[in-house]
Write a protein that binds this ligand. Structure first.
Ligand code: AP5
Ligand code: ZN
Length: 208
């Protein structure tokens, strides 16, 4: 199964992708996670895009396209994949269509006030990418990762100014993909408002 998870920031794409990928034993490919790891490791790519990502803008199309093309060429993507956060522009979608087919595009639907609540309460364990929420999905011990006990942190782009910018960027550059994939009969809408288990159940029904 080759899936794309489309949707505004904070809609739960990463949370659901990691669960579903585990269940289907296919890779969860998050361009955001790959880019954040590059920033953390101070690679050439990371240094180039750090400021852009922290302000909530998109990194240039050619960089993400190359990154995804290389990742999909790896052996583990042969059986399928979940692309989380790519494509995010029409040129990215057009480029993807040149090197891979897609079975379904899941459109996570969530309104702005709930997005802001989810992003401002998010806490992450940097090393593993595990994601928590102070109210909706709290860790067992306040501020600590359940598995390692290490400190949780706040993503730099979860500050209020960056959140607002990400929402504007989403509307302008990414929302047009809803029509793009709907025109190609690939779009399935997912109501992202319910609690995680209910969203996951609906997602499983759509993708099975
Ligand atoms: P990326 O990492 O993709 O960020 P995003 O799209 O803004 O999405 P988020 O990761 O913020 O949200 P999510 O939908 O994954 O929600 P989550 O599951 O964490 O991209 C970051 C940046 O990288 C971009 O801004 C850009 O600079 C760059 N980038 C990446 N890809 C790019 C591309 N293709 N082109 C150009 N630039 C690119 O959930 C959010 C919170 O809600 C969590 O706390 C979670 O615990 C909680 N939660 C989840 N589900 C539920 C639920 N059902 N009920 C209650 N709480 C929930
Ligand atoms: Zn994410």
């Amino acid at each position: 199964m080759r899936l794309i998870f489309l949707g505004p920031p904070g809609a739960g794409k990463g949370t659901m992708a990691s669960r579903l990928a585990h269940e289907l034993t296919i890779p969860h490919i998050s361009t955001g996670d790959i880019i954040r790891a590059a920033i953390q490791n101070g690679t050439e790519l990371g240094l180039k895009v750090k400021r852009i990502v922290e302000s909530g803008d998109l990194v240039p199309d050619d960089l993400t396209i190359t990154l995804v093309q290389n990742r999909l060429a790896e052996k583990d993507a042969d059986r399928g994949f979940i692309l989380d956060g790519f494509p995010r522009t029409i040129p990215q979608a057009e480029a993807l269509s040149q090197f891979s087919s897609v079975d379904k595009v899941i459109n996570f639907d969530l309104e702005e006030d709930e997005i802001i609540k989810r992003l401002s309460g998010r806490r992450v364990h940097k090393a593993s990418g595990r994601t928590y929420h102070v109210i909706y999905n709290p860790p067992k011990v306040d501020g600590k990762d359940d598995v390692t006990g290490e400190e949780l942190s706040i993503r730099p782009d979860d500050q209020v100014d960056a959140i607002k910018n990400r929402l504007a960027v989403y509307e302008k550059q990414t929302a047009p993909l809803i029509k793009y994939y709907s025109d190609r009969n690939l779009l399935a809408n997912l109501d992202a408002r319910p609690a995680p288990d209910a969203v996951f159940q609906a997602l499983t029904a759509i993708t099975s």
